[in-house]
Design a binder for this molecule. Structure first.
Ligand SMILES: Cc1ncc(COP(=O)(O)O)c(C=O)c1O
Length: 334
Protein backbone atom coordinates (compact mmCIF):
# COMPACT_ATOMS: atom_id res chain seq x y z
CA UNK A 1 0.00 0.00 0.00
CA UNK A 2 1.35 3.43 -0.89
CA UNK A 3 1.54 6.16 1.70
CA UNK A 4 1.57 9.38 -0.28
CA UNK A 5 0.50 12.73 1.15
CA UNK A 6 -1.20 15.20 -1.14
CA UNK A 7 -0.59 18.63 0.32
CA UNK A 8 1.32 20.62 2.91
CA UNK A 9 -1.67 20.61 5.22
CA UNK A 10 -1.79 16.80 5.23
CA UNK A 11 1.64 16.83 6.88
CA UNK A 12 0.52 18.85 9.93
CA UNK A 13 -0.02 17.27 13.35
CA UNK A 14 0.32 13.73 14.65
CA UNK A 15 3.65 14.77 16.13
CA UNK A 16 5.44 12.20 18.29
CA UNK A 17 5.39 11.90 22.07
CA UNK A 18 8.89 10.97 23.22
CA UNK A 19 9.41 9.65 26.74
CA UNK A 20 12.53 11.28 28.18
CA UNK A 21 14.06 8.17 29.75
CA UNK A 22 17.69 9.37 30.06
CA UNK A 23 16.60 12.76 31.33
CA UNK A 24 14.40 11.13 33.97
CA UNK A 25 17.04 8.64 35.09
CA UNK A 26 19.74 11.32 35.33
CA UNK A 27 17.61 13.36 37.74
CA UNK A 28 15.84 10.49 39.44
CA UNK A 29 12.50 12.02 38.63
CA UNK A 30 9.49 10.30 40.11
CA UNK A 31 7.13 11.27 37.30
CA UNK A 32 7.49 10.33 33.63
CA UNK A 33 7.89 13.21 31.16
CA UNK A 34 6.62 12.81 27.61
CA UNK A 35 7.77 15.49 25.18
CA UNK A 36 5.37 16.38 22.37
CA UNK A 37 7.86 17.37 19.71
CA UNK A 38 6.17 19.99 17.56
CA UNK A 39 9.14 20.65 15.30
CA UNK A 40 7.97 17.57 13.38
CA UNK A 41 5.33 19.79 11.78
CA UNK A 42 6.20 20.58 8.12
CA UNK A 43 7.26 24.21 8.61
CA UNK A 44 8.90 23.35 11.92
CA UNK A 45 6.62 24.48 14.76
CA UNK A 46 3.37 23.99 16.66
CA UNK A 47 2.08 27.06 14.80
CA UNK A 48 1.64 25.13 11.55
CA UNK A 49 -1.45 23.68 13.21
CA UNK A 50 -3.17 27.02 13.76
CA UNK A 51 -1.93 28.48 10.48
CA UNK A 52 -3.82 25.77 8.64
CA UNK A 53 -6.75 25.83 11.09
CA UNK A 54 -7.26 29.55 10.56
CA UNK A 55 -6.83 29.45 6.76
CA UNK A 56 -9.09 26.40 6.40
CA UNK A 57 -11.82 28.06 8.44
CA UNK A 58 -11.55 31.28 6.42
CA UNK A 59 -11.69 29.33 3.14
CA UNK A 60 -14.75 27.38 4.30
CA UNK A 61 -16.45 30.62 5.34
CA UNK A 62 -15.72 32.09 1.88
CA UNK A 63 -13.60 34.88 3.40
CA UNK A 64 -10.45 34.33 1.34
CA UNK A 65 -9.52 33.38 -2.20
CA UNK A 66 -6.12 32.54 -3.75
CA UNK A 67 -4.19 35.74 -4.39
CA UNK A 68 -5.47 37.39 -1.19
CA UNK A 69 -3.12 38.90 1.37
CA UNK A 70 -2.99 37.38 4.89
CA UNK A 71 -1.72 39.67 7.67
CA UNK A 72 -0.93 39.12 11.36
CA UNK A 73 1.20 40.05 14.36
CA UNK A 74 3.65 37.26 15.12
CA UNK A 75 6.78 36.42 17.05
CA UNK A 76 7.81 34.40 14.03
CA UNK A 77 6.49 30.86 14.15
CA UNK A 78 2.88 31.69 13.25
CA UNK A 79 4.19 33.79 10.39
CA UNK A 80 6.37 30.95 9.13
CA UNK A 81 3.43 28.51 9.38
CA UNK A 82 1.08 30.93 7.62
CA UNK A 83 3.63 31.75 4.92
CA UNK A 84 4.10 28.03 4.25
CA UNK A 85 0.35 27.37 4.11
CA UNK A 86 0.02 30.47 1.90
CA UNK A 87 2.70 29.16 -0.49
CA UNK A 88 0.90 25.85 -0.84
CA UNK A 89 -2.53 27.45 -1.41
CA UNK A 90 -1.72 30.61 -3.36
CA UNK A 91 -1.95 33.47 -0.83
CA UNK A 92 0.43 36.31 -0.05
CA UNK A 93 1.56 37.19 3.50
CA UNK A 94 2.64 40.24 5.49
CA UNK A 95 3.62 40.17 9.16
CA UNK A 96 4.25 42.64 11.99
CA UNK A 97 7.11 41.50 14.22
CA UNK A 98 8.81 43.02 17.25
CA UNK A 99 12.39 44.02 16.43
CA UNK A 100 13.99 41.56 18.87
CA UNK A 101 12.88 38.25 17.41
CA UNK A 102 15.44 35.67 16.39
CA UNK A 103 17.21 36.64 13.13
CA UNK A 104 16.79 33.01 12.03
CA UNK A 105 13.02 33.42 12.09
CA UNK A 106 13.25 36.66 10.11
CA UNK A 107 15.38 34.91 7.48
CA UNK A 108 12.88 32.07 7.26
CA UNK A 109 9.95 34.47 6.88
CA UNK A 110 11.73 36.21 3.99
CA UNK A 111 12.62 32.87 2.44
CA UNK A 112 8.96 31.84 2.52
CA UNK A 113 8.14 35.09 0.71
CA UNK A 114 6.52 37.11 3.52
CA UNK A 115 6.58 40.89 3.67
CA UNK A 116 7.82 42.11 7.08
CA UNK A 117 7.09 45.19 9.17
CA UNK A 118 9.12 45.54 12.38
CA UNK A 119 7.75 47.14 15.53
CA UNK A 120 9.95 48.36 18.39
CA UNK A 121 9.83 46.01 21.38
CA UNK A 122 9.09 49.02 23.66
CA UNK A 123 5.72 49.33 21.94
CA UNK A 124 4.59 46.10 23.63
CA UNK A 125 5.08 47.68 27.08
CA UNK A 126 1.92 49.71 26.47
CA UNK A 127 -0.94 48.01 28.38
CA UNK A 128 -3.14 48.50 25.29
CA UNK A 129 -0.48 47.18 22.91
CA UNK A 130 -2.39 44.12 21.71
CA UNK A 131 -5.51 46.10 20.79
CA UNK A 132 -3.46 48.91 19.25
CA UNK A 133 -1.36 46.66 17.05
CA UNK A 134 -4.44 44.70 15.91
CA UNK A 135 -6.09 47.97 14.90
CA UNK A 136 -2.96 49.18 13.11
CA UNK A 137 -2.63 45.94 11.13
CA UNK A 138 -6.23 46.25 9.92
CA UNK A 139 -6.01 49.98 9.15
CA UNK A 140 -2.80 49.60 7.17
CA UNK A 141 -4.06 46.64 5.16
CA UNK A 142 -7.58 47.31 3.95
CA UNK A 143 -8.88 44.34 1.97
CA UNK A 144 -6.37 41.92 3.51
CA UNK A 145 -7.52 39.04 5.70
CA UNK A 146 -6.39 39.52 9.31
CA UNK A 147 -5.68 36.01 10.55
CA UNK A 148 -5.67 37.40 14.12
CA UNK A 149 -3.98 34.56 15.99
CA UNK A 150 -4.48 36.40 19.30
CA UNK A 151 -8.28 36.40 19.08
CA UNK A 152 -9.33 34.11 16.22
CA UNK A 153 -11.28 31.22 17.84
CA UNK A 154 -9.97 28.89 15.11
CA UNK A 155 -6.64 28.97 17.00
CA UNK A 156 -7.68 27.30 20.30
CA UNK A 157 -10.25 25.22 18.41
CA UNK A 158 -7.47 23.69 16.29
CA UNK A 159 -5.65 22.62 19.46
CA UNK A 160 -8.92 21.36 20.94
CA UNK A 161 -9.44 19.25 17.81
CA UNK A 162 -5.87 18.07 17.13
CA UNK A 163 -3.18 18.56 19.82
CA UNK A 164 -5.41 17.56 22.74
CA UNK A 165 -6.92 14.46 21.08
CA UNK A 166 -3.48 13.30 19.87
CA UNK A 167 -2.13 13.43 23.45
CA UNK A 168 -5.22 11.62 24.74
CA UNK A 169 -4.92 8.94 22.05
CA UNK A 170 -1.15 8.46 22.32
CA UNK A 171 -1.16 8.12 26.14
CA UNK A 172 -4.32 6.02 26.05
CA UNK A 173 -5.86 8.55 28.41
CA UNK A 174 -3.12 8.13 31.01
CA UNK A 175 -1.86 11.73 30.91
CA UNK A 176 -2.06 13.38 34.37
CA UNK A 177 -0.43 16.78 33.88
CA UNK A 178 -0.24 18.99 30.77
CA UNK A 179 2.43 21.71 30.57
CA UNK A 180 2.79 24.46 27.95
CA UNK A 181 3.70 28.12 27.59
CA UNK A 182 1.39 30.96 26.59
CA UNK A 183 1.95 33.13 23.55
CA UNK A 184 -1.56 33.50 22.19
CA UNK A 185 -2.92 30.95 24.69
CA UNK A 186 -4.13 28.69 21.88
CA UNK A 187 -2.17 25.60 22.94
CA UNK A 188 -2.91 25.75 26.66
CA UNK A 189 -6.57 26.71 26.26
CA UNK A 190 -7.40 24.37 23.38
CA UNK A 191 -5.36 21.25 24.18
CA UNK A 192 -5.64 21.83 27.95
CA UNK A 193 -9.38 22.38 27.60
CA UNK A 194 -9.79 19.17 25.60
CA UNK A 195 -7.77 17.10 28.09
CA UNK A 196 -9.70 18.51 31.06
CA UNK A 197 -12.97 17.72 29.29
CA UNK A 198 -11.84 14.08 29.11
CA UNK A 199 -10.31 13.90 32.60
CA UNK A 200 -11.50 16.59 35.01
CA UNK A 201 -8.74 15.79 37.54
CA UNK A 202 -5.98 16.47 34.99
CA UNK A 203 -3.71 19.39 35.90
CA UNK A 204 -2.86 22.12 33.44
CA UNK A 205 0.36 23.99 34.20
CA UNK A 206 1.79 27.08 32.49
CA UNK A 207 5.50 27.88 32.20
CA UNK A 208 5.90 31.67 32.20
CA UNK A 209 8.88 34.04 32.06
CA UNK A 210 9.97 35.49 35.42
CA UNK A 211 10.42 39.27 35.86
CA UNK A 212 14.10 39.24 34.84
CA UNK A 213 13.14 37.84 31.42
CA UNK A 214 10.61 40.58 30.68
CA UNK A 215 11.15 43.92 28.94
CA UNK A 216 10.84 47.06 31.06
CA UNK A 217 11.08 50.80 30.39
CA UNK A 218 14.67 50.68 31.65
CA UNK A 219 15.61 47.53 29.72
CA UNK A 220 13.33 47.01 26.70
CA UNK A 221 15.63 44.32 25.26
CA UNK A 222 16.29 41.71 27.98
CA UNK A 223 17.15 38.13 27.05
CA UNK A 224 13.56 36.93 26.49
CA UNK A 225 12.01 33.49 26.08
CA UNK A 226 10.84 33.86 22.46
CA UNK A 227 7.15 33.29 21.95
CA UNK A 228 5.88 33.13 25.54
CA UNK A 229 4.50 35.78 27.88
CA UNK A 230 3.80 36.32 31.55
CA UNK A 231 0.15 35.66 32.41
CA UNK A 232 -0.05 35.71 36.19
CA UNK A 233 -0.89 39.06 37.82
CA UNK A 234 -1.66 40.53 34.39
CA UNK A 235 -5.03 42.30 34.04
CA UNK A 236 -7.48 40.27 31.93
CA UNK A 237 -7.77 43.01 29.28
CA UNK A 238 -4.03 42.84 28.64
CA UNK A 239 -4.03 39.10 27.97
CA UNK A 240 -4.69 37.61 24.52
CA UNK A 241 -8.39 36.86 23.94
CA UNK A 242 -7.48 33.30 23.00
CA UNK A 243 -6.08 32.66 26.47
CA UNK A 244 -8.60 31.06 28.81
CA UNK A 245 -7.43 32.51 32.12
CA UNK A 246 -9.41 29.88 34.08
CA UNK A 247 -7.62 26.91 32.51
CA UNK A 248 -4.41 26.70 34.58
CA UNK A 249 -4.10 24.95 37.92
CA UNK A 250 -0.61 26.34 38.42
CA UNK A 251 1.88 28.74 36.86
CA UNK A 252 5.63 28.15 37.18
CA UNK A 253 7.87 31.17 36.53
CA UNK A 254 11.47 30.82 35.37
CA UNK A 255 14.35 32.80 33.94
CA UNK A 256 15.55 32.59 30.36
CA UNK A 257 18.86 31.10 31.53
CA UNK A 258 16.97 28.19 33.14
CA UNK A 259 15.07 27.66 29.89
CA UNK A 260 18.29 27.65 27.87
CA UNK A 261 20.10 25.31 30.28
CA UNK A 262 17.19 22.89 30.17
CA UNK A 263 17.18 22.99 26.36
CA UNK A 264 20.93 22.22 26.45
CA UNK A 265 20.35 19.27 28.77
CA UNK A 266 17.66 17.93 26.46
CA UNK A 267 19.96 17.94 23.45
CA UNK A 268 22.86 16.50 25.46
CA UNK A 269 20.88 13.73 27.08
CA UNK A 270 18.21 12.85 24.53
CA UNK A 271 19.48 14.26 21.21
CA UNK A 272 16.42 16.49 20.89
CA UNK A 273 17.30 20.05 19.95
CA UNK A 274 14.32 22.20 20.90
CA UNK A 275 13.83 25.97 21.23
CA UNK A 276 13.96 28.23 24.26
CA UNK A 277 10.24 28.09 25.09
CA UNK A 278 10.53 24.28 24.91
CA UNK A 279 13.32 24.54 27.47
CA UNK A 280 11.01 26.64 29.64
CA UNK A 281 8.21 24.08 29.42
CA UNK A 282 10.58 21.22 30.19
CA UNK A 283 12.02 23.16 33.15
CA UNK A 284 8.50 23.50 34.60
CA UNK A 285 7.75 19.83 33.86
CA UNK A 286 10.95 18.88 35.70
CA UNK A 287 9.90 20.85 38.81
CA UNK A 288 6.60 18.96 38.77
CA UNK A 289 8.30 15.61 38.17
CA UNK A 290 10.51 16.12 41.25
CA UNK A 291 7.53 16.45 43.61
CA UNK A 292 6.89 13.29 45.63
CA UNK A 293 3.12 13.59 45.10
CA UNK A 294 3.67 13.27 41.34
CA UNK A 295 5.68 10.02 41.48
CA UNK A 296 4.53 7.64 38.74
CA UNK A 297 2.40 10.30 37.04
CA UNK A 298 2.58 11.13 33.35
CA UNK A 299 3.45 14.70 32.43
CA UNK A 300 3.09 15.84 28.82
CA UNK A 301 5.28 18.82 27.90
CA UNK A 302 4.74 20.65 24.61
CA UNK A 303 8.01 21.54 22.85
CA UNK A 304 6.85 24.21 20.36
CA UNK A 305 9.80 24.41 17.97
CA UNK A 306 13.42 23.57 17.17
CA UNK A 307 16.55 25.12 18.63
CA UNK A 308 17.78 25.63 15.07
CA UNK A 309 15.40 28.60 14.98
CA UNK A 310 17.56 30.39 17.58
CA UNK A 311 21.12 29.58 16.56
CA UNK A 312 21.82 33.21 15.74
CA UNK A 313 19.34 34.64 18.23
CA UNK A 314 19.39 38.35 18.94
CA UNK A 315 21.68 38.92 21.91
CA UNK A 316 23.08 35.86 23.62
CA UNK A 317 23.01 32.63 21.56
CA UNK A 318 19.96 30.56 22.48
CA UNK A 319 21.97 27.41 22.97
CA UNK A 320 25.71 27.62 23.32
CA UNK A 321 25.87 23.93 22.37
CA UNK A 322 28.45 23.00 24.96
CA UNK A 323 26.99 19.53 25.06
CA UNK A 324 30.35 17.91 25.69
CA UNK A 325 30.64 19.73 29.04
CA UNK A 326 27.14 18.63 30.02
CA UNK A 327 27.92 15.05 29.08
CA UNK A 328 31.04 15.14 31.23
CA UNK A 329 28.99 16.26 34.22
CA UNK A 330 26.09 13.85 33.87
CA UNK A 331 26.63 10.13 34.04
CA UNK A 332 24.60 9.31 30.97
CA UNK A 333 23.20 5.91 30.12
CA UNK A 334 24.32 4.41 33.43
C1 LIG B 1 8.29 29.45 20.28
C2 LIG B 1 6.90 29.51 20.82
N1 LIG B 1 6.62 28.87 21.96
C3 LIG B 1 5.38 28.91 22.50
C4 LIG B 1 4.36 29.62 21.93
C5 LIG B 1 3.01 29.66 22.62
O1 LIG B 1 1.98 29.04 21.93
P1 LIG B 1 0.50 29.61 21.96
O2 LIG B 1 0.45 30.78 21.03
O3 LIG B 1 -0.34 28.46 21.49
O4 LIG B 1 0.17 30.04 23.35
C6 LIG B 1 4.62 30.31 20.77
C7 LIG B 1 3.56 31.15 20.18
O5 LIG B 1 3.72 32.28 19.83
C8 LIG B 1 5.91 30.25 20.18
O6 LIG B 1 6.19 30.89 19.04
Amino acid sequence: MTRIFNSFSDLIGNTPLLELHNYRRNRQLGARILAKIEYFNPAGSVKDRIAWGIVKHAEEAGKIRPGDLLVDVTSGNTGIGLAAVAASRGYRTKFYLSDNISPDKVKLLRLFGAEIVTVKNEFFLDPQALDKISLRVQEENPGAFFTDQLANPANPRTHFETTGPEIWRDTDGAVDIFVAGVGTGGTISGAGGFLKSKKPGLKVVIAEPAEASLPTDVNPYPDEIDGVHKVSEVPREQLPRNFDSTIADEVIALNTSDARKTAQSLVAEEGIFAGTSAGAVLFAATQLALRPENAGKIIVAVLPDTGERYLTAAGEPAVSVDTAAIRDKVDLHS
